[in-house]
Design a protein around this ligand. Structure first.
Ligand SMILES: Cc1cc2nc3c(=O)[nH]c(=O)nc-3n(C[C@H](O)[C@H](O)[C@H](O)COP(=O)(O)O)c2cc1C
Length: 157
């Protein structure tokens, strides 16, 4: 039995808009700069995964600030087709390491995720909540492996 934490986990999928496509690294850097500042202040943590035209992001934190953050994110014209994959209260954070971090699913990593068959036709919006969690946790593990290096991450407070 878990007590009331007031924490919420929101997972959504979206598609890059076309202007983003050639400059995804720059766009992700800009998102992380804004996210580290805003999320740290709001006690939000999470992870942003990107690959072949899509984003999958998890946000964790107090319910109201997660909702406010998502309201702001969904108005951002750098992505479209925003679809909520999971939105649920949690007892504890699973992505508490970073105010926000980004992990590109490279083909090497995607190949290990055979359960998802992450090819050109893969659409993260069709993931059920537990598969989305499995994918995000795999990306988190990959992010942890490289976290000793200077990477695209902002530390959580
Ligand atoms: C895929 C994606 C993920 C984002 N994630 C976050 C986030 O976690 N936190 C955040 O504050 N802004 C995030 N943003 C940026 C917001 O849409 C918005 O640009 C930003 O919050 C504005 O911050 P500012 O008013 O401090 O410039 C994201 C944008 C995109 C496209």
């Amino acid at each position: 039995v878990t007590g009331f934490s007031g924490l919420q986990r929101l997972i959504y999928a979206s598609r890059w808009t076309d202007p983003v496509r050639p400059d995804i690294e720059d766009v992700v850097s800009d998102i992380l700069a804004r996210s580290s500042r805003n999320n740290r202040a709001a006690n939000v943590t999470g992870l942003l995964v990107f690959h072949r035209g899509w984003f999958l992001q998890v946000l964790e934190g107090p319910l109201e600030v997660v909702d406010d953050t998502f309201d702001r994110i969904r108005r951002d014209e750098r992505h479209t087709d925003i679809r909520t994959v999971a939105d649920l209260p949690i007892a504890a954070r699973a992505f508490g390491e970073w105010s926000m971090a980004a992990e590109r699913l490279d083909d090497g990593m995607a190949r290990h995720l055979t359960e998802f068959a992450i090819d050109d036709s893969f659409d993260p919006a069709t993931l059920d909540p537990s598969s989305a969690m499995a994918l995000l946790l795999a990306a988190r593990a990959a992010r942890m492996e490289t976290s000793g290096e200077a990477g695209l991450a902002g530390r959580a407070a």
